[in-house]
Design a protein around this ligand. Structure first.
Ligand SMILES: C[S@@+](CC[C@H](N)C(=O)[O-])C[C@H]1O[C@@H](n2cnc3c(N)ncnc32)[C@H](O)[C@@H]1O
Length: 246
């Protein structure tokens, strides 16, 4: 294997047009949800095909002949933390039309993460939003929601729904609902299914600007003495409480 391959995988981590997939499950979800794979490598392509046959029979044949064999040591040079399944791939990020996403008429909420700081948390939010069939995940702030660590935390589910960074939330014909520990106890029965559900940054919560813009401010009721839930746990609680009401 050439150094050029290692360099391509390293450069892809900084390329905002590409997504680096680490591990079998990320590759599996990316393929299942239509990702365009640019290149894929594995320390044991046959084992990868066996895993696919066992865990994702719907993808049968989609890896055959497409995965280049490299050594485990080479995988370690390509990514900071080699995945246990020894598989790494580069995919193209799908373009996201944020205005079209917000205008979409499907009865599904948009998740807005205001300035999320932790990549794994961001990934967990994308994963749970995909599982709950949300319309999209939008983020503000400087962190890239497609960062390889976020993709790893999401098990590649960025390809299952639109995921994009926005500078500020554009105005939309959807109610903006601030999910905030200081809000009113949430009664999700009255919530519009097309709401934008806004969650705050891990340490400081939602900004005053967002709270001022919000049409409602709802809290997840907690036991006295507990100040807040982890960001991704809060996203999961609201999305699935809403889903379980249906
Ligand atoms: C770790 S919390 C932020 C804690 C921050 N000190 C605060 O008071 O908001 C991250 C985000 O998760 C959501 N969150 C966590 N616990 C919540 C709760 N009990 N009710 C509503 N939202 C909650 C909020 O959107 C919050 O901004």
């Amino acid at each position: 294997m050439s150094d050029a391959l290692v360099q391509r995988f390293r450069a892809a981590r900084r390329d905002r047009g590409l997504a680096v997939l680490e591990g079998f499950h990320a590759l599996k979800h990316a393929l299942r949800f239509g990702a365009e794979i640019v290149e894929a490598v594995a320390s044991d392509p046959k084992e990868l095909e066996r895993l696919a046959a066992e865990l994702a029979p719907d993808l049968e044949g989609s890896l055959t002949g497409r995965v280049e064999q490299v050594s485990a040591g080479e995988i370690e040079r390509m990514v900071p933390h080699a995945p246990r399944t020894g598989a790494v791939a580069i995919a193209r990020r799908p373009p996201v039309d944020v205005a079209a996403v917000l205008a979409g008429g499907r009865a599904a909420p948009v998740v807005l993460l205001e300035d999320p700081r932790t990549m794994g948390n961001m990934g967990a939010c994308v994963r749970v939003a995909a599982a709950a069939d949300a319309a999209a995940v939008l983020t503000t702030g400087s962190n890239d929601p497609w960062h390889p660590e976020a993709l790893r935390g999401a098990a590649g589910l960025h390809f299952a729904l639109p995921v994009a960074a926005v500078e500020v939330l554009p105005s939309a014909d959807r109610p903006l609902v601030a999910i905030d520990p200081d809000g009113e106890d949430a009664d999700l029965r009255g919530l519009s299914p097309r709401s934008i559900l806004a969650f705050g940054t891990e340490r400081y919560g939602l900004s005053e600007e967002l709270l001022d813009r919000a049409d409602a401010r709802l809290a997840i009721p907690m036991r006295t003495g507990v100040s807040s839930l982890n960001l991704a746990t809060a996203v999961a609680a609201v999305l699935f409480a809403r889903r379980l009401l249906r």
